[in-house]
Every structure is written in C-alpha cells, then in structure tokens.
Design a protein around this ligand. Structure first.
Ligand code: ATP
Ligand code: MG
Length: 356
C-alpha cells in the first residue's frame, strides 16, 4: 500500500481537490483507495458527499483510539473508501497533548489494512500541528500542492524542513515525491517564474540525504478551472460533475503519472540503518518537532524583507548539515495564520455505508 500525504500548511492551495480527484481517478483505474480526512474543516468528507454532522467517530475516533480504522472507513464510491472527519477533530490536538506516542497513532491504526488497499491518501489540514505530524508519520510519500502565485513560496522552506525532521526522527521512509502546481494560470508569467524557482531549488537537493532530494515538479499541472470549484458543492468528484473539462483531464493525467511513474519509497524493513538510527534516537516527540520548527519560524522573522519581493531567500533549512541551502525566491516572512474556512453544507448523495 502506498500512503501519500497531501500537504501544504498554506490554506486554499488545492489539497482537498487534489485528494478527492486523484483518489477518485485511481479508484476508477481499479485500485483500492482509502482517502483520509484529517482536517477538522471536513472538506474532503463534504466534497465526497457526506454530512460531517452525520458521521460517527471518524478520524477523531481513530486518533483518540476510541474507534478502529477498519470500522470507521466508509465505501463512498466503487473502490474508494473514506475515513471521514467532523468538527470534533479540532479537539484532538489538545486531547492528545499528554499521550505518549501521539504522533504515530495513525501509523499504528493503518497497519492492519496494509494488505487490503493499494493507496491511502491523506488530506492534511492547513497547519503543521499534530494532525499533520500523524499524516507524515504514517506516509511514505508527500505530495505538495502549490498555487504558483505571489507569496506562494512563503513557508515552503519550513514545510520541507518539517517533513525532513519527521523523516530523520520518526519515519525514515518518508520522502517528498512531488510538487503539484494547482490553479495554474497558463496566460500569466508569474506561475512560470515560480515554477522555475522551485525547479532550481529541487535540483540543488539532488544527491543529498534530505527528504526532498528526489522530489520533482509533476509534469502535469492543474489548470484553473471553474468546474473544479463548483464540483464540491454538489458532493461530486470532477469526473462525476463534468468529465470532459480541463480539471478532469488534468487530474486524470496526474493520477496516471502517480500510478505509473512514482516508485513507492522503501519500507522501514528495507532500510534497516535508517530505521535503527531513528530507534536509537528514541523517536523525537511531536512536541520536540513542533518546538524545533517554531524556532526556525522565529528565525525567519529576523530576515528583513527584500526590496524586490520576489528575490528574498528563504533560509529556513540553511542550518541543516548535509542539505542544500534554500535559495527559493520568496518573501521570507513568518507563516500567516491558518484561514479558518466555515463548513459548508451540501446535499449528500446517500453513499453506501459498506465496509471493505
Ligand atoms: N484548479 C482549480 N481551479 C479553480 N478552483 C479550484 C481549483 N482547485 C481548487 N479550487 C477551489 O479552490 C478552493 C480551495 O481548494 P481546496 O479546498 O482544494 O484547497 P485546500 O488546500 O484543501 O484548502 P484548505 O487549506 O482550506 O484545506 C476550493 O473552493 C476549490 O474548489
Ligand atoms: Mg482542504
């Protein structure tokens, strides 16, 4: 089973849209797919046509160990299961604060389904808190959706550093596999400039031992497409809502490339050295990782904003030995606050509630 965390701590970049439509495309190709909603906004749950108020324990129950993963996943389309979320998930971070090993609860919960599914895709919240750490501890691959606009790269260094810390301390299998450009406006020049900056940075990491050394920008990008924005309010995937639009075409291509080209990262047992190293370090806790990224975030604040806003270096990872300096042209300001979108209501299409 390939476990893919779809992550960017920036809000509204296309994470949920990406999980819904890639998961749906992979399921349509015949793979058995589980999508996990780890966002208290429950947008993935809503997008797939369920009422968050109507669900049971869902991902909150799994993270608090009150419910079993296999019992909470729902068959929402042929070959596509969902671990839904509701607003209770907001409380999980504080409720788990004193739980030992709280960052690996999801990883342990999915162990029992390892052989039952081909793909597990996790929709992360727009933050780098405990929910996201659980996703990173459970995943082998990270897919970073990124909207290539002004400020797009703000916080990108911190995001990569967090992934790298989790890779070094908790999950040696974790690798950033790709950056997916979403809401790409082919007519503007800035998206292409942002793309060139990311490409240059990713190239500079080749051959190093950092978690994004093999990352690449996916060759297919997702064009801005109004149908993608409309589909969630009908509780439909883009293939159900408008199968012939650019959005459907782009996501189908990305799903095919994920299916065909991305090699799953080696499992823990095929990396004995890395696994042992993590073991010896006694597995750094979520608290330590969050503290460390907070320090690095504070360090970002000391960097003066450049006169040319597109020329500022994000020095977030420069202190890490064995890793390339981050030279992304971005405005080096501290990450902005997480946008708190309101939950929207949709009419659920009464998905089957079958268990796998
Ligand atoms: N390619 C696209 N073209 C047009 N609109 C899009 C596209 N991709 C996503 N959207 C719309 O943009 C908004 C944000 O997308 P989405 O919810 O997938 O982002 P997100 O990163 O999951 O947000 P959050 O951080 O709040 O979870 C949604 O209204 C979605 O329908
Ligand atoms: Mg989302």
């Amino acid at each position: 089973m390939r476990t893919i965390a779809v992550l960017n701590q920036k809000g509204g970049v296309g994470k949920t849209t990406t999980v819904v439509n890639i998961a749906a495309a992979l399921a349509e190709m015949g793979s058995k797919v589980v999508a996990i909603d780890l966002d208290p906004q429950a947008h993935l749950t809503i997008h797939l046509g369920l009422e968050p108020q109507a669900i049971g324990a869902g991902s909150y129950g799994v993270l608090t160990k009150e419910a079993k993963f296999e019992e909470e996943i729902l068959l929402v389309r042929p070959n596509l299961w969902l671990l839904p979320a509701n607003i209770n998930l907001v409380g999980a971070e504080s409720e788990l604060v004193s739980v030992v090993g709280r960052e690996t609860i999801l990883r342990e919960a999915i162990e029992s389904v390892e052989d039952k599914f081909d793909y597990l895709m996790i929709d992360c919240p727009p933050s780098l808190g405990l929910l996201t750490l659980n996703a990173l501890a459970a995943a082998q691959e990270v897919l970073i959706p990124l909207q290539p606009h002004f400020l797009a790269l703000q916080g990108f260094g911190k995001l990569l550093q967090t992934i790298d810390l989790v890779n070094k301390r908790i999950n040696p299998s974790l690798k950033v596999q790709g950056v997916l450009l979403c809401m790409f406006d082919t007519r503007a020049s800035l998206p292409n400039e942002v793309r060139a900056d990311i490409e240059q940075f990713l190239e500079s990491a080749r051959g190093t031992n950092c978690a994004w050394a093999q990352a690449r920008i996916l060759p297919t990008f997702i064009r801005r497409n109004i149908k993608l924005a409309e589909a969630p309010s009908y509780g439909k995937t883009i293939f159900e809502y408008e199968g012939n639009c650019h959005g459907a075409e782009d996501y189908a291509k990305v799903a095919e490339s994920i299916h065909a080209q991305f090699q799953p990262a080696p499992q823990l047992d095929t990396q004995p050295d890395a696994a042992e190293a993590a073991e010896e370090q006694n597995v750094q806790t979520a608290e330590e990782i969050q503290e460390q990224t907070a320090v690095e975030s504070a360090r970002d604040k000391d960097i003066p904003a450049p006169a040319d806003a597109t020329q500022g270096p994000d020095t977030g990872a420069e202190q890490n030995q064995g890793q390339p300096p981050i030279e992304i042209k971005a405005i080096p300001q501290p990450d902005s606050q997480i946008p708190s979108s309101e939950l929207t209501q949709t009419t659920p299409p009464d998905p089957e509630q079958n268990r796998p």
